[in-house]
Write a protein that binds this ligand. Structure first.
Ligand code: T4K
Length: 376
């Protein structure tokens, strides 16, 4: 089969060299510590914190359990204001804590939660704000902190897309009360499945560590109904290796992003995001936004045309979370409350991006988009 007849998926995980991983597996086989804060887990937390430029990090078996635990760690109840334009796990974490999600609209340029809309949605029941750094682009950090301070709210960032992102040289994870990462196979940095909570002080880290281990604070003390969300030793060892290669992988993502931008620049009706001046990006996604009137075809027509050519982009994030049966009955889920998110969800396709995406594949993707436009 010709290489280009192979499917090109939205992403493909970067894996560390197998020989290096085998070496670490031998150590696990020798010492027989498989989980529960083993040596690789401890070393991984240390090295990860240093790499990310954060003080306190607690690694998890996945990002969703990290989100659920973050809310428990801060004892969040009542209502939390969040974005409908995200992966469904963001809102599910509220549901699992019996918290009412309140959706607010997003900004038209960053696709992140709009601080003005958040402020307008605050009620006496609001206890926290949960914004998402969508596609790794930092939210309006200053405004969200001002709102949190003014109204006495907690601020929990879903930073699942923002591994390694920096703002004016500082990790984006150092803002707010807590930030959550995902190390799922599809992310910039993966531990197969995995995640983390970043917090700002040692006591909070201690509480989070208890909560991810059933609430155990010693052999006979259980401080809360915690869950089992620990990262195991195989994941942690794999993560340690991944750290060695992550800069190289991000550099490859950057080159692919630049290539896409250059080649898409002259296609009428196709928009993409530019870098923000103060931000060090890590290029987790490459979304394009289709203006059907100008491009001449709808987003779904292009999405299906790409598929016909074996190119599997994804419509992250369509449908909006607020449209799923579990949430659509909420007053804040009314489409009239979320006009920007509704429009963006109808326009977006995330194009394939991963370190080993080759030039031939990129050119095929661009060619398909170009030749399908009625204007070229
Ligand atoms: N918050 C946000 C903002 C998130 O985006 C996510 C996860 C979370 C929270 C929750 O974190 P985790 O609990 O997942 O750690 C994927 C991921 O499963 C999910 O982690 C991610 N967001 C979401 C945006 O994307 P799907 O259903 O689109 O993935 P899937 O399986 O269709 O994979 C996409 C493509 O990637 C496949 O077509 C082929 C390729 N692939 C995938 C996997 C899993 C591979 O080549 N190898 C693989 O192992 O959700």
């Amino acid at each position: 089969m010709n290489k280009l007849e192979n499917p090109i998926y939205v992403t493909q995980p970067a894996l560390p060299p197998l020989e290096e991983f085998t070496e670490l597996l031998k150590q696990i086989w020798d010492n027989k510590i498989l989980t529960n804060n083993g040596p690789f887990h401890q070393q991984f937390e240390k090295e990860l914190a240093a790499y990310l430029g954060v003080k306190y990090i607690s690694v998890f078996s996945n990002g969703t359990l990290a989100l659920i635990t973050a809310l428990q760690a801060l004892r969040i109840t009542g209502e939390v204001i969040t974005t409908p334009f995200s992966f469904v796990a963001t809102t599910h974490s509220l549901w699992w804590n019996n918290i009412k999600p309140v959706f607010a609209d997003i900004e038209p340029n960053t696709f992140n939660l709009d601080p003005e809309k958040v402020e307008a949605a605050i009620t006496p029941q609001t206890t926290a704000i949960m914004p998402v750094h969508v596609y790794g682009n930092p939210c309006n950090l200053k405004e969200f902190q001002r709102i949190a301070d003014t109204y006495g709210l907690k601020l929990i960032y879903d930073a699942a897309h923002a591994f390694g992102v920096k703002v004016n040289g500082d990790s984006v994870l150092n803002f707010g009360d807590l930030s959550i990462l995902s190390f799922h196979a599809t992310k910039v940095f993966n531990t197969i499945e995995g995640g983390a909570i970043i917090c700002q002080d040692e006591k909070t880290k201690q509480r989070i560590d208890y909560l991810k281990n059933f609430g155990f604070a010693g052999e006979t003390t259980v401080i809360a109904p915690g869950i089992n969300a620990k990262m195991n030793e195989v994941q942690a060892a794999y993560g340690l290796l991944q750290l060695k290669y992550v800069d190289e992988n991000i550099a490859k993502r950057k080159a692919i992003t630049e290539n896409y931008r250059k080649q898409l620049a002259n296609i009428p009706g196709i928009k993409y995001m530019e870098d923000m001046a103060e931000v060090e990006h890590t290029y987790s996604y490459f979304p394009i936004f289709i203006d059907a009137k100008v491009y001449g075809k709808t987003r779904d027509e292009l999405y299906n045309e790409l598929k016909k050519n074996n190119i599997y982009g994804r419509r992250y994030f369509y449908p909006l979370i607020s449209e799923f049966p579990s949430y659509r009955g909420l007053t804040s889920a009314n489409p009239a409350n979320l006009p920007v998110a509704e429009a963006v969800a109808e326009q977006v396709i995330c194009l394939p991006i991963y370190p080993n995406l080759d030039l031939e594949s990129i050119n095929k993707i661009i060619e398909t988009i170009k030749s399908y436009s009625i204007n070229i």
